[in-house]
Design a protein around this ligand. Structure first.
Ligand code: USQ
Length: 406
C-alpha cells in the first residue's frame, strides 16, 4: 500500500513508519516538524539523540534498501499544499498522528490552549475536507486517546467507542441505540480529540469516508524491532514535565536518581500500551478497514491498566528510588477504577507485551546510557490546570514540586 503518515516524525509516528516500511509498504511522511520546534521553545531535548528526519530516512535506506519519503507540510495551515499532495499521490491509506499530543503543554497558558485547539482541529478538518473534495477513498486511521472517555469510575467496563442505550419515547416505548460513549475530556488536548470524534462521525455519515479511530492509552517503552537496527534510527524519548508520560518518566527518574514524581495519592488508574504493540495495532487496523459509508470503526488501543502509585512502588522496589508524593498540578479525580474492553485487537491477533521487569530494566538502561543529556530542571511538571492550583504549589531548589503552601 501507499501510506501517508501524517506526523511521522513523532514518538509513535516514526516507529510506525519504520514498521510499515519494513512490511513492504510505500511510506510518505508528512510533517511540519512542530514537535522539534516545541523542544526548542521549552528548552528541552529528547533523552535519546535524534537525527534530522532526512538523516533518519537516509540511514533507513542504507540499512534496508527501502525509502521513506519526507514532505514538509503544515496540515493545519497549508490546506492547498496538503490537497495538492493528496491529489498527486492518492495514497491507499492515511495515518493521522499530526496533532499536539501533550495534556500539560495544552494547559500551560492561553496561547498554548489556542495553539492546541487550532492546530489539532484544523489539521483533522483540513484532511477530511480534502478527502471529500478529491473523492479520495483512502482509509483514514487516526490516533485518538483513551482520554476521550474520561476517568470517572462508573462501575462498568469502557466499551470500544459505542455505548448501547435505551431511549424512552413519548409513547412509553424504549428505543435501542448505540451512541458514541459520552466524552469527558480532562485537558484541552483531550478535548481536541473529542472534537475530532465529532468530525469523524459527520464525515463518515455525510460523505461515506472510511475512518478508524484508535483510542490509545499511555505509551511506554522506546525501542521497536526496527528502531533497534541502527543507533541513528533511535526513537525520541521524552522525560520533561510537559511531554514525558508517567511510566517512561518514572523509569528515567529512576535512572538519574531523581525521586519518582507521583501526583497526589497516585490513585489515578490509566490504560497502558508498549510502543511495539502500538505499531502492531496500527498495522492490524490498516488491514481491517471499515466499509464505505459504515460508521467510524473504534478500537481501544491498550493492553493493561495500572494505578500510578503501583507503578511508582514497583519501580522503587526494582531500582531503590525514593518516591516524592507531590501536590497534583492537574485537575483530575484523585482515585479512579478503570476497566477497559479491548477484545477487538486481541481477536485480530494482537499478543500484548505486558509490563515485566525485563523490559522495564531495558528502558532504565537506555535512560542510564543517555543520562548525561538530562536537564534536571526540566523534570518537574509545572503546568497547572487552573490558577487556583498554580497558586497552591511551589518548588524546592532542585526543582521538585514538594510542598503545598495553601
Ligand atoms: N502523572 C504523575 N506523575 C508524573 C506524570 C504524570 O503522577 O510525573 C500522572 C498524571 O497526573 C496522570 C497520569 O499520571 O494522572 C497520566 O499522565 P501522563 O502524562 O502519563 O498521560 P496523559 O497526560 O494522560 O497523556 C498521555 C499522552 C497523550 C495520550 C494519553 C492517553 O501524552 O497523548 O492521549 O496519555 S490517556 O492517558 O489514556 O488519555
Amino acid at each position: 500500500m501507499k501510506i501517508a503518515v501524517l506526523g511521522g516524525d513523532g514518538f509513535v509516528g516514526w516507529p510506525t513508519s519504520l514498521h510499515l516500511s519494513d512490511a513492504g509498504h510505500e511510506i510518505h511522511i508528512l510533517d511540519n516538524l512542530s514537535r522539534r520546534w516545541i523542544d526548542t521553545e521549552l528548552g528541552v531535548q529528547s533523552l535519546t539523540p535524534m537525527d534530522s528526519i532526512q538523516e533518519r530516512a537516509r540511514i533507513w535506506h542504507a540499512e534496508t534498501g527501502r525509502r521513506i519519503h519526507f514532505h514538509l507540510i503544515d496540515l493545519a495551515k497549508d490546506y492547498e499544499l496538503l490537497k495538492g499532495w493528496l491529489s498527486k499521490n492518492r495514497p491507499d491509506a492515511i495515518i493521522h498522528f499530526a496533532e499536539q499530543r501533550a495534556a500539560p503543554y495544552s494547559m500551560k497558558s492561553d496561547r498554548h490552549k489556542n495553539y492546541t485547539v487550532s492546530n489539532n482541529v484544523n489539521a483533522t478538518h483540513n484532511l477530511l475536507n480534502a478527502l471529500v473534495e478529491l473523492d479520495l477513498d483512502a482509509h483514514l486511521v487516526h490516533l485518538g486517546t483513551m482520554g476521550v472517555y474520561g476517568y470517572s469510575t462508573v462501575g462498568a467496563a469502557i466499551p470500544e467507542g459505542y455505548l448501547p442505550v435505551g431511549i424512552e419515547t413519548a409513547d412509553g416505548r424504549t428505543v435501542s441505540q448505540e451512541i458514541l460513549y459520552p466524552s469527558n475530556p480532562g485537558s484541552i488536548y483531550h478535548m481536541t480529540k473529542c472534537l475530532d470524534q465529532q468530525l469523524f462521525q459527520f464525515y463518515a455519515k455525510n460523505d461515506g469516508l472510511r475512518i478508524t479511530d484508535l483510542h490509545q492509552g499511555i505509551v511506554w517503552g522506546t525501542h521497536t524491532e526496527q528502531t533497534r537496527r541502527h543507533m541513528q534510527l533511535i526513537n525520541r524519548f521524552d522525560y520533561d514535565g510537559d511531554y514525558g508520560t508517567v511510566l517512561n518518566r518514572f523509569l528515567i527518574q529512576a535512572a538519574i536518581g531523581y525521586p519518582l514524581t507521583v501526583h497526589g495519592t497516585g490513585g489515578q488508574t490509566r490504560a497502558f500500551i508498549h510502543i511495539q504493540d502500538s505499531v502492531r495495532c496500527i498495522e492490524i487496523a490498516l488491514s481491517n478497514p471499515p466499509a464505505r459509508s459504515s460508521r467510524v470503526e473504534i478500537f481501544n488501543q491498550m493492553t493493561e491498566t495500572h494505578r500510578v502509585r503501583d507503578l511508582a512502588e514497583m519501580i522503587s522496589k526494582m531500582t531503590g528510588s525514593r518516591i516524592a508524593w507531590l501536590p497534583n498540578p492537574r485537575k483530575e479525580a484523585p482515585e479512579n477504577e478503570l476497566v477497559v474492553r479491548n477484545e477487538k485487537f486481541l481477536g485480530l491477533g494482537l499478543e500484548p507485551t505486558t509490563l515485566g521487569e525485563g523490559l522495564l530494566g531495558e528502558i532504565v538502561d537506555v535512560a542510564k546510557k543517555y543520562a548525561y543529556r538530562v536537564d534536571r530542571s526540566r523534570v518537574p511538571a509545572v503546568s497547572a490546570w487552573t490558577r487556583d492550583i498554580a497558586a497552591k504549589v511551589e518548588h524546592d531548589p532542585e526543582g521538585v514540586r514538594l510542598k503545598s503552601v495553601s
